[in-house]
Write a protein that binds this ligand. Structure first.
Ligand code: 5GP
Length: 187
């Protein structure tokens, strides 16, 4: 187990849920599995790893270095309507891809599947753009919150129903750069 990080919130410090060593080990395993599957598929140079902004950025940056293929990277920005705690299920694309994905093998990379609305919408939307294949890789999944059945092809960790932060995930845009995943300790 890695030493606890040297910085945290002074008030209501986050409780470590998944340490950075465990994250690194799991990301390496996911990268190896993805490499093997896409090689078997004969995907060649047509793999596009597609990150959902901004939460997936840290995960994606680590993951792609464990995928041994000449892949391309692109990003998509989304916003969900409604307040932060109650998902409305309505998703809007705020920033679209820079290139078409027709005939590409697309791997959508998300930080967390919570209710499932965001990835459900994105998979439907991306599917209409005629990719050669479309798969989902999510670092985290909170099954207790599921409102939409979503198949996660590559999953890092299943977690309990807690609001998590770090390794890309934010609280009001802060703390994405914590090197571990922690949760907000609610009384
Ligand atoms: P869904 O549409 O699956 O309900 O929500 C997906 C999005 O909600 C994630 O991409 C993430 O931005 C946000 N989200 C869901 N759960 C958490 C959480 O525990 N912590 C943080 N920081 N964001 C979350």
């Amino acid at each position: 187990m890695a030493a606890p990080p040297s910085w945290n919130r002074e008030k209501d410090p986050f409780v470590e849920l998944i340490g950075s060593d465990a994250i690194t080990r799991r990301v390496a395993e996911l990268g190896a599995a993805i490499t093997a599957d896409y090689k078997a598929l004969g995907a060649g140079e047509d793999v596009v790893v597609l990150g959902v902004l901004k939460g997936s950025v840290i995960f994606l940056a680590d993951l792609v270095r464990y995928i041994e293929l000449p892949l391309a990277m692109d990003f998509i920005g989304v916003a969900s309507y409604g307040d932060a705690t109650v998902s409305s299920g309505v998703v809007q694309i705020t920033q679209d891809l820079t290139k078409p994905i027709e005939h590409k093998h697309v791997l959508l990379v998300e930080d967390i599947v919570d209710t499932g609305h965001t990835v459900h919408y994105l998979l439907e939307n991306l599917g209409t753009r005629k990719p050669a294949s479309l798969k989902l890789c999510s670092l985290l999944h909170k099954p207790d919150r599921s409102e939409r059945a979503v198949h996660i092809d590559y999953l890092g960790f299943t977690i309990p129903n807690k609001f998590v932060v770090g390794y890309g995930l934010d609280v009001a845009q802060r703390y994405r750069n914590l090197p571990y995943i922690g949760y907000v300790n609610q009384p």
